[in-house]
Design a protein around this ligand. Structure first.
Ligand code: TYC
Length: 112
């Protein structure tokens, strides 16, 4: 008995010609985003953290102070979300700046 005219599998329109045109969606994927996190410690001065947030994350003084306080109270906060390359650059800038000023401030990134 012929199976023509009885579609079942994806791409099989049942006309018996074994069509392979299945995937018509453009499969472009958005690049993953990364959260940049600032960690609390007992030694880095609050004003230094505020300055870091203004300087490297474009925050106003008020925004920077608020985020700094969140980190101080909660232990960690997301300070921005970026592409992998930009996130890596920000983390590097913060870590380098903190090291040059001999503060133990830690900045990391994680996939969103
Ligand atoms: N806890 C620090 C202090 O009391 C301030 C601080 C805030 C440090 C945020 C790091 O990411 C940080 N001086």
């Amino acid at each position: 008995m012929s199976m023509a005219g009885q579609p079942g599998r994806p791409g099989d329109d049942g006309d018996g010609d074994a069509s392979v045109v299945v995937d018509t969606k453009p499969k472009t994927k958005r690049p993953p985003l990364y959260k940049v996190l600032l960690l609390n410690d007992d030694y880095t001065p609050m004003e230094f953290v505020v300055h870091v947030l203004e300087r490297f994350f474009g925050m106003t003084h008020a925004q920077a102070f608020e985020i700094m306080l969140t980190v101080h109270k909660k232990g960690v906060a997301v300070v921005g979300v970026f592409s992998h390359e930009i996130a890596e650059t920000k983390v590097g800038q913060v870590m380098d700046f903190a090291r040059r000023h001999q503060h133990p401030l830690q900045c990391t990134m994680e996939k969103e």
